[in-house]
Design a protein. Structure first.
Length: 277
């Protein structure tokens, strides 16, 4: 790819609705993003048993249900993923998913996805990392709420030179004072791997700055309406923010240039006028 790839994370902002997922896919495509991303998990395998019976008020309203039933209600299964795969092919945008457990990693093998992502929550799950290293797509490793030592272990366990590391802050949304974009350079120097940003900011500007600092991938959550109930909407970009992000990151591809100092043809008139012959 000859530009910085921009990934639109749907997360759980589809709220279990395939129609809302389709709307978000169309939004990502029309704004010029390169990929959309979902999150695939087997609820029982990826949710600690101690959380199963916690009461949960669904963001769409209604009666209180258990947390595990909520996780099942917002999860997409084979029919929905088949529909998403077809929708993305029709729209002309590629998709992939974060995998939260081994079953979900195996599930994703049936699709021709460009990446597999390990979410920050699962960076310490050695079994998942070992299985990720043996699947065909490059691995994206998110590093929120992780120490350098935990990232060391994860990178070594995956053991692939096509791994992409995303600097991430796992608060939704995160404070400007805690985004700490300079960590991208720390990670690049430590691992000599491509590094990008997974942003949970309500503003597109951290992602634009990250691109100027050399990020090799930008990932942002998107939503149709930030005021909707649910934890992810508040840390997501609406259409105007996504449009601004894509436009300015694409401008950066031009603005940064090739590093070769030269006199441009457009400067010649000024040169002749101001310096004389």
């Amino acid at each position: 790819m000859d530009h910085i790839p921009i990934v639109c994370e749907l997360g759980i902002n589809h709220q279990g609705s395939i129609n809302l997922a389709f709307e978000l896919i169309e939004m990502a495509k029309s704004c010029g993003a390169d990929f959309v991303k979902l999150q695939k998990r087997e609820p029982e395998a990826s949710t600690p048993a101690s959380q199963w019976t916690i009461p949960k008020v669904p963001p769409w309203g209604g009666e209180v249900i258990s947390y595990i039933d909520y996780r099942k209600a917002i999860e997409f299964w084979s029919p929905q993923y088949d529909a998403i795969d077809a929708k993305c092919k029709l729209a002309g945008i590629r998709w992939f998913a974060s995998v939260w457990d081994r079953q979900s990693l195996e599930f994703m093998r049936q699709y021709d996805v460009p990446f597999i992502k390990i979410p920050s929550a699962k960076i310490v799950r050695r079994e998942l990392l070992l299985h990720a290293r043996n699947q065909p797509a490059p691995v994206i490793l998110s590093t929120g709420m992780s120490t350098l030592e935990e990232i060391d272990t994860a990178v070594e366990t995956i053991g692939r030179n096509d791994t992409i590391i995303l600097h991430c802050h796992s608060a939704y949304p995160c404070k400007d004072s805690e985004i700490n974009l300079r960590v991208m350079d720390t990670l690049h120097k430590r691992y000599n791997l491509p590094v990008g940003l997974s942003s949970h900011s309500t503003s597109p500007f951290p992602s634009i700055i990250a691109a100027a600092l050399g990020a090799k991938m930008i990932e942002v959550h998107i939503t149709t309406d930030r005021s909707l109930p649910g934890s992810d909407h508040a840390a997501s970009l609406e259409r105007p923010g996504l449009e601004l992000l894509v436009r300015e990151v694409r401008r950066l591809d031009l603005i940064m240039g090739d590093g070769i100092k030269k006199i441009w043809p457009s400067e010649e008139t000024a040169k002749d006028k101001l310096r004389g012959n």
